[in-house]
Write a protein that binds this ligand. Structure first.
Ligand code: SAM
Length: 263
């Protein structure tokens, strides 16, 4: 007889950034940030062993879509939720899945304790959309603290950079709470932070790829003045009345977006 593998005994894979949350109060708190109704599709990224999923299942939703790359965990989740027709398991890579193909009519909310090793790549995947507003109305995501600090960093601070401008040009971002390393198994070396993203319409016509090119050049040498880093954009900077003796971290999100739109 084929022996069933106990899900609790499955070892965490470092290559897939598997740090599972075990603290039920914390999981309940994350779930409470999701305001869903019968018309909402909740998309959970990396459900793992289903710790957060067990709380999400109790919410109101049209469908609950679980995107998990790990084949064994995805099949365990499929067994676990076999009787719930509103739950769909996608054994796919969240970086490459075609979100359009998973039938997302209605309101979509993305939630996930993200694998830390690819968290910024995933975020760029969801920010870099030709259509804006995007297919989701909200994202509730856990990042490692250092990355979260860079995402929410304000102008004129050392953490402010490409990631901050990119994320803040696309979404209004709120820090919801910090996750101590002890709530994860295995325990990572860093804390986590949960952020709430709400798409912004203010810069909806910005060419995001062009913004990326400008930010890459601007922040390639943080200590240099923009008249050196952005020398190919001097006319445009002058046209916008931006002082070219400033350094890249002194320019606001609007400055970068304005520069992108006139370049
Ligand atoms: N949600 C679970 C929890 O909080 O206990 C697990 C979170 S764990 C930090 C990240 C999860 O994402 C793992 O289950 C891992 O297998 C999955 N994962 C890693 N890379 C992925 C990818 N590219 N696409 C989808 N899932 C991925």
């Amino acid at each position: 007889m084929k022996q069933q593998l106990n899900i609790d005994k499955i070892l965490a894979k470092k290559s897939l950034g598997q740090n599972f949350i075990t603290d039920k109060n914390f999981l309940n708190k994350i779930s409470s940030y999701i305001h869903s109704n019968e018309n909402t599709n909740i998309i959970e990224i990396g459900p793992g062993k289903g710790a957060l999923t067990k709380f999400l299942v109790k919410k109101k939703y049209k469908s609950l879509i679980l995107i998990e790359k790990d084949k064994i965990l995805a099949s365990k989740l499929a067994q676990q939720f076999i009787h719930n027709k509103k739950i769909k398991i996608e054994n796919q890579d969240a970086l490459y899945i075609k979100y359009k193909d998973i039938n997302l009519f209605g309101e979509n909310i993305i939630v996930g304790n993200l694998p830390f090793n690819i968290s910024t790549q995933l975020l760029f995947r969801w920010l870099d959309s030709y259509e804006w507003p995007p297919f989701y109305s909200r994202m509730i995501l856990m990042f490692q603290k250092e990355v979260a600090d860079r995402i929410v960093a304000r102008q004129n601070t050392k953490n402010y950079g490409r990631l901050s401008v990119s994320a803040q040009s696309r979404c209004k971002i709120n820090k919801l709470m910090t996750a101590p390393a002890e709530i994860f198994t295995p325990q990572p070396k860093v804390q986590g932070v949960i952020l709430d993203f709400k798409p912004l319409l203010k810069y909806k016509n910005i060419d995001f790829s062009k913004l990326q090119r400008i930010l890459k050049i601007a922040f390639s040498q943080r200590r240099k003045k923009i008249k050196t880093n952005l020398k190919d954009y001097l006319d445009k900077l002058n046209e916008l009345g931006i002082n070219t003796d400033l350094r890249p971290e002194n320019l606001s999100v609007s400055d970068y977006c304005d520069l992108t739109s006139i370049s």
